[in-house]
Structures are given as C-alpha cells and as structure tokens.
Design a protein. Structure first.
Ligand code: NAP
Length: 298
C-alpha cells in the first residue's frame, strides 16, 4: 500500500517503457515487505541533469539511469564512485544523506553473473568483447579489475575500441578482431546485433545470420555471453548452442546490476531468486518464447 511514508525509486531513459527494472525492483520490495515503490520516468534526451535536480526536489531515494542520460548524469551528481568516474557514466544514483552519489553497476553485475550464475571466475581467463560502447567499456573495466588474463576488444571504430581496451588495464586490454574468437575462453557480445530478432523454435529452420561474428569459429568449452536479453534466445545464443557451445543471454547481468543498486538504496540483501523470477516471467509474458523459464535464461 502506497502511503505518505513510501520511498520512491525509478529509472530515467528515452525510451523507458520497455524497461524490466520496475518489475524486478517492485518484486524485490514486495518480497522483503519494504515500503518502497519503483516507477519508470520517461525523460527526453538532454534533460538528465534536470532529472537529477528533480530527484532532490521530489526526495527520490534511488535512481537508475539508462540511454541516453548516463554521461550527463555523471556530470550532475555530487559525487562519483571510482568506477563511474573511470567510465564517465552513471547507471545508478543513491543518497548519502543529502549527497547524491553516482555509480555504475553494469560491469560488477556482469562479473557477479559470471561467478554466481555460471560458476566462472574471470581471474586468469581470456575474453573477447565485441563492441566498444557503454556496456563494453563497463565489462572491460570490470574484467580487468577481476584479474582477467586478457581482454581483447573488437569494434568497428578503432578509437572507441582503444578506449574500451584501455579500461581493462595495461597488459590486459588490447584491440583485436572477431577473428580471434577461437583463441579465448569467453566471448561477450556487447553490440545490439541480434536485438529483437526472434529465432524460430524449429530445428529445420536455419538460424538467421544476425550475429556479430562467425559462430562456426566457436568450439565446445567456450562460453558465449550475449548481453542482449530480448529475445531471450538471441540468434547468437542459438547459433552457439547449435555447435554445442555454452551460451547465456544478458538476464544474469541485468539481475545482478539491479541487485547491487537495490543494496545501495535499501541497505538490504537483494532477493536474487525473486528478482530473477520476476524478470523471466515478464519476458515470458512478452511472448519470448513459450519454452519454460529455465530456457529463457540458459
Ligand atoms: P552502445 O553504447 O550504443 O554501444 C553499442 C556498440 O555496438 C558500439 O561499439 C557500436 O559501434 C556497436 N555496434 C552497433 N551496431 C553494430 C553493428 N551492426 N555491427 C557491429 N557493431 C555494432 O550500446 P550499449 O549501451 O553498450 O549496449 C550494447 C548492448 O548491450 C545492447 O544490446 C544492450 O541492450 C546490451 N546491454 C545489456 C545490459 C544487461 O544488463 N544485460 C546492460 C547494458 C547493455 P559504433 O560505435 O561504431 O556504432
């Protein structure tokens, strides 16, 4: 029941209506019986700083930030976490009294997902990150911080690839090409290639060629992580699995970045199973694809 004491969190973005974050966080608040509510807040491009000012005016206690506001919000908060400072990007704002602190939880969420969901410690492993945008930069930095042996960044613009690779740290990050896909332990698709492309669940129908690299270069023993989660089974995930290669979508990263934000806002341990079930149920409800909740994740 919403009352005068209910605390408010939300997500700003343009667009934001498709966001799974309200479903995930409201399920978590409900499970822990916390008097909080989480709402989507459509904010048009160029008004991220206004949204931070509104956070102060309305007394909003927690904010997620998605495209296209991540850089602008990094300029507008009072303080940045070391990760947000290094990335120049904020996806979560929390309060320390009257001080608004910007953080970036995507990279840590990715690494938590590898460790907790896949049982894979990045330390000493070789990674190929395809793409060099915001998600790729967060992932490259988090992998470097987690002790990865190498993080090769392959992207179509060399200057952005260079910047992303540098975040993994000297001697760890470097620019490469997707031809190196056979030489790594884990391949991460951090491009939107394949987003919204639903693979037919009919083995006689060939997988559409909407993949960011040639999947025939993959081999069993490798892990593919597609940061896309809509559709739940992306063309890349399907193509990898066809070759006997383990492949997961971006739901794990989504849940763990949300869990870190939840902890920052409420100080409570996030109910991971509840959050995960809520996200997967919402994806299933959206019609992707009716094969059972486990299939949606794995
Ligand atoms: P972004 O900042 O726009 O970066 C996208 C990157 O992909 C850029 O390097 C871009 O290259 C490249 N790219 C775009 N289209 C391409 C194409 N057709 N071929 C090759 N490269 C292409 O986006 P982002 O925020 O990093 O997001 C990337 C993906 O990660 C999206 O699918 C997003 O949904 C997903 N994501 C998932 C989570 C999660 O929690 N699971 C979190 C964040 C993001 P150019 O710079 O040359 O355009």
């Amino acid at each position: 029941m919403i009352s005068g004491r209910t605390r408010v969190a939300g997500v700003i973005g343009d667009p934001v209506r498709h966001s799974l974050s309200p479903v995930i966080h409201n399920a978590a608040f409900g499970a822990l019986e916390l008097d909080w509510v989480y709402v989507p807040l459509p904010v048009e491009a160029g008004r991220g700083a206004d949204a931070v000012a509104a956070m102060r005016t309305f007394g909003i206690d927690g904010l997620n930030v998605t495209m296209p506001h991540k850089s602008e919000v990094a300029q507008a908060v009072d303080r940045l976490s070391p990760t947000a400072e290094a990335l120049g990007s904020v996806n979560t704002v929390h309060r320390l009294g009257d001080v608004l602190v910007g953080d970036s939880t995507d990279g840590e969420g990715f690494v938590c997902s590898l460790r907790l969901d896949e049982g894979l410690d990045p330390a000493g492993r070789r990674f190929l990150v395809v793409g060099a945008g915001g998600a790729a930069r967060a992932v490259a930095k988090a992998l470097g911080d987690a002790g990865a042996a190498s993080v090769v960044v392959a992207a179509r613009r060399p200057e952005t690839a260079e910047r992303a690779a540098a975040l993994a740290g000297s001697g760890v990050g470097r620019v490469g090409t997707v031809d190196e896909v056979s030489d790594v332990d884990v391949v991460v698709n951090a491009t939107p290639v394949g987003m919204g492309v639903v693979v037919p669940f009919d083995e006689r129908t060939p997988t559409p060629a909407v993949v960011p690299f040639d999947p025939s270069r993959l081999a069993p023993g490798q892990l593919v992580v597609d940061l896309i989660y809509d559709p739940a089974v992306t063309p890349l995930v399907a193509a990898a699995r066809e070759r006997g290669v383990a492949a997961v979508n971006g739901v794990g990263m989504l849940i763990h970045q949300a869990a870190i934000a939840f902890r920052l806002w409420t100080g409570e341990e996030p109910p991971l199973e509840v959050m995960s079930a809520a996200a997967l149920a919402a994806l299933a409800h959206a019609g992707h694809p009716p094969t059972g909740l486990d299939d949606l994740r794995r």
